[in-house]
Design a protein around this ligand. Structure first.
Ligand code: C2E
Ligand code: MG
Ligand code: MG
Length: 761
């Protein structure tokens, strides 16, 4: 609002600053010299419009150049007039070379304004031109009836002279109409330049009409008051050029006209019709000079209607395309998919829906940026399209989700595998090579009536199954998936309730010196006391908690409970507490603080706590590593759990922020029957020892395994042989006789293997 007020004040100030002096001087001895001033102003305006042209690009540059040419022609024409009057002291003939300069102004101006507006749509540009011509014809009729006819009948020096004088107001009317249209299409915040151009053209039109009337009446004198419009015109054009160099005009690109823009040409034409009708009603006659422009106007109105209709139908097609397509990949969108699926399922033809969700696309977006992410999505769209052909429909549902409706149902598994292979091809994104994979779900409708929403739910489940099975694969929907899904939902709800009710407890399994069976640590293992199923094993509910985003809460419950119970256990001073942690827990920025707070609450020293994390969570460059480094700095130790079951590369092992490695039980179980397994375990011990990691053998179940581990030199073990997971209260720190297998701890060993440092001293 304030901006608009300021613009109006600036325009009024400009009018006063340029118009008032000429009105004051008119009729005085300096009147003829004002001609020189207006010529200079026109040339200055030409220079400023020229600057705008230099700064602009494309067609807008041409537009400003034409406006500059228009101003220059007018200025030169006016110089000729001044020269004739002031130097040659001869009356300027009409028409003269000066008129050529004056009349080139509306010609260049019209073309210039069209280019400056720079509309993409030719239909829209034509509409503007027609609007200008319609308004010009209509105003000519009005002008003719009101004054020009009587001037015409009075006669002029020559018909040519008269036509030239009429060309002024007609040209200006066209220009003014166009300028109004230009200003009308400018967007908020970029209208200043347009308003200046309109002001200039109104000034020019007013002075031109007065000039034409006075010339034909033979009463025109140089520098008369009505010439003020010329000054206003060129001052405004100059200001417009100068403003455009700093703040270019902005136009509505949508090509949608407002109501007043549509009405604009009809108003003067209606007025012309009323004037002509009034003439007939008062007994007068409509002569050729009125009838011809009226007819021409009518034809142009019809052309305008046609052009508008064509423009609108193009616009409607474009809008329809936009409504059904994704601008990024140019594939169809969700709306198109919904409609196509709906109609496909009404026929008895078998059809299938394929859903594709990129694996870990967030990582690409986060690490390489959103532009790279967009490039990947476009490449995936191209690969998808190359795998499916008409009449299949390939769409992007949103984000990194794509869908295909295909009728080649039999070839689907092969097709899905081909798709995965195509996707796996490396992608070049800028200077980086990116590899993507996807989880693909497939659901088939066998031609029997199927509701689209059912098919979509099924394919969703299949896609989730593909993700759950390890990603980069496809899964075909089977009814059991729905059952699994319902069960998952039920488990999530029950686990949530269990956490609220604290229906979980912690079982403890001893970690012992294999030789002396002395307890060096205890591992805390979560148990869920289910009202129907009894004690539920963590293998079943930890993954559910991870998928339901309950793992943070569950993990903290176990940590707090285990720390509190361990702190109250008599053997706590000589052993450590090992707690399993999910990598998802560690992604929370508050994790370290929570661990520290728990230790403080329960009075445990950081050295008494070991956090166990599976090796996959430590894959190179994992975010978890930073958290582990931070934790170890506080004194808490880290154990790599289930070593040998994941993907951790030996190359990075020494760089992991870990203290203990727990060799998975699958290796330990085989040592009694497979010499290769024995050699692997033996070599692993030596390797870990060499890089300063303490090894623990998991899943030791029988005394023979224990004997062999002792032979290999392995110091520590955990397994049913040394004790089942159970309440901490029943666990004694001293070991029982090694021969008496099963739960419980045997007597002190004869030989110490030197693992005492592991106890949280
Ligand atoms: P884990 O950390 O490797 O824990 C050892 C698992 O092996 C325990 O199963 C234990 O009962 C079992 N086990 C111990 N000795 C033997 C043996 O001699 N033979 C055989 N066959 N098994 C043995 P559990 O308690 O069912 O725990 C399974 C897994 O669940 C754990 O494996 C751990 O990865 C995870 N887990 C348990 N509690 C938690 C927890 O609080 N948080 C997280 N994130 N994971 C947990
Ligand atoms: Mg563990
Ligand atoms: Mg383990």
């Amino acid at each position: 609002m304030i901006g608009r007020q300021r613009q109006m004040i600036a325009l009024v100030a400009l009018c006063l600053a340029t118009g008032v002096p000429i009105i004051v001087l008119s009729g005085g001895p300096f009147a003829t010299y004002t001609q020189l001033a207006s010529s200079t102003l026109a040339c200055l305006a030409a220079a400023l419009c020229g600057t705008a042209a230099r700064r602009a690009t494309g067609t807008v540059r041409g537009g400003w150049a034409l406006l500059a040419a228009g101003c220059l022609c007018w200025g030169l024409g006016n110089f000729y007039w001044s020269w004739s009057e002031l130097v040659v002291h001869a009356e300027v003939l009409f028409p003269s070379p000066a008129d050529a300069g004056y009349l080139l102004f509306p010609l260049f101006g019209t073309a210039g304004l069209m280019l400056v507006a720079g509309w993409a749509s030719a239909g829209s540009r034509l509409t503007v031109l027609l609007d200008g011509l319609i308004a010009g014809c209509a105003l000519f009729v009005v002008g003719w009836v009101v004054t020009v006819r009587s001037v015409w009948q009075a006669g002029g020096d020559s018909a040519f002279a008269f036509v030239v004088s009429l060309a002024y107001p007609v040209g200006d009317i066209v220009l003014a109409t166009m300028a109004v249209l230009v200003a009308g299409r400018m967007r908020r915040g970029g209208r200043g330049v347009g308003l200046l151009l309109v002001l200039g053209l109104v000034g020019m039109a007013t002075s031109d009409v007065m000039f034409a009337l006075d010339t034909s009446a033979g009463t025109y004198t140089t520098g008369q008051a009505s010439d003020a419009g010329f000054f206003i015109c060129f001052a405004a054009f100059g200001a417009a050029g100068w403003t455009a160099t700093r703040r270019p005009m902005v136009f509505d690109g949508a090509g949608v006209m407002t109501r007043w823009q549509i009405m604009l040409p009809y108003l003067p034409f209606g007025l012309a019709g009323c004037v002509a009708a009034g003439q007939v009603l008062t007994g007068g006659q409509v002569d050729g000079a009125e009838a011809l422009p009226l007819l021409a106007g009518l034809i142009m109105i019809l052309l305008r209607q046609l052009s508008t209709l064509l423009h609108n139908s193009r616009l409607a097609r474009r809008l329809q395309h936009q409504a059904y397509h994704d601008p990024l990949t140019r594939l169809g969108n969700r709306a198109l998919f919904t409609e196509t699926l709906q109609s496909a399922l009404t026929s008895a033809t078998p059809a299938a829906v394929v859903y594709l969700d990129l694996d870990d696309f967030k990582v690409i977006n986060d690490s390489l940026g959103h532009d790279a992410g967009d490039a990947v999505l476009r490449a995936v769209a191209d690969r998808l399209q190359s795998c499916f052909a008409q009449p299949d429909t390939v769409v992007r549902l949103g984000g990194d989700e794509f869908a295909v409706l295909t009728f080649r149902v039999d070839a689907l598994p092969v097709q899905a595998q081909r798709l995965l292979t195509e996707l796996a091809e490396p992608l070049q994104v800028g200077a980086r090579t990116v590899r993507v994979s996807a989880s693909v779900g497939i659901a088939i409708s066998d031609g029997r009536p199927t509701r689209p929403e059912d098919l979509r739910k099924n394919v969703d489940l299949a896609m989730y199954a593909a993700k759950a099975q390890g990603k980069n694969r496809y899964a075909l929907f089977t009814p059991s998936m729905r059952h699994d899904f319902d069960r998952e939902l039920m488990w999530r709800a029950e686990l949530h309730q269990a956490l609220t009710d604290e229906a979980l407890h912690v079982a403890y399994q001893p970690i012992v010196g294999i030789g002396d069976r002395r307890v060096v640590g205890v591992e805390a293992l979560a148990r869920w006391d289910h009202p129907v199923l009894g004690s539920v094993a963590p293998d079943l509910f930890i993954p559910v908690a991870e998928r339901a985003a309950l793992i943070g809460e569950l993990g903290m419950f176990v940590l707090r409970r285990a720390c509190a119970e361990f702190a109250a256990w008599p053997g706590a001073a000589e052993a450590y507490l090992s707690v399993n942690v999910s990598p998802l827990q560690m992604l929370s920025p508050q994790f370290c603080d929570r661990v520290a707070a728990t230790l403080a609450e329960t009075g445990l020293r950081p050295q008494q706590l070991v956090l166990e994390i599976t090796e996959n969570a430590l894959a190179d460059e994992s975010e978890v590593i930073g958290t582990l480094v931070q934790l170890r700095a506080t004194g808490v130790r880290v154990a790599i759990d289930d070593f040998g079951t994941g993907y951790a590369s030996l190359r990075y092992l020494h760089r992991f922020p870990a203290d203990i490695v727990k060799i998975d039980r699958t290796y330990v179980q085989d040592i009694t029957r497979d010499p290769a397994a024995l050699r692997i375990v033996g070599t692993l011990w030596q390797l870990f020892h060499a890089i300063g990691l303490t090894a623990v053998a998991e899943g030791v179940e029988d005394p023979v395994q224990a004997e062999m581990l002792i032979e290999l030199g392995c110091p520590l073990g955990q397994g049913f042989l040394f004790g089942q997971p159970g309440p901490l209260a029943g666990l004694a720190i001293t070991a029982r006789d090694p021969q008496s297998s099963g739960a419980g701890i045997g007597p002190p060993p004869a030989v110490s293997r030197g693992y005492g440092s592991l106890a949280g001293t």
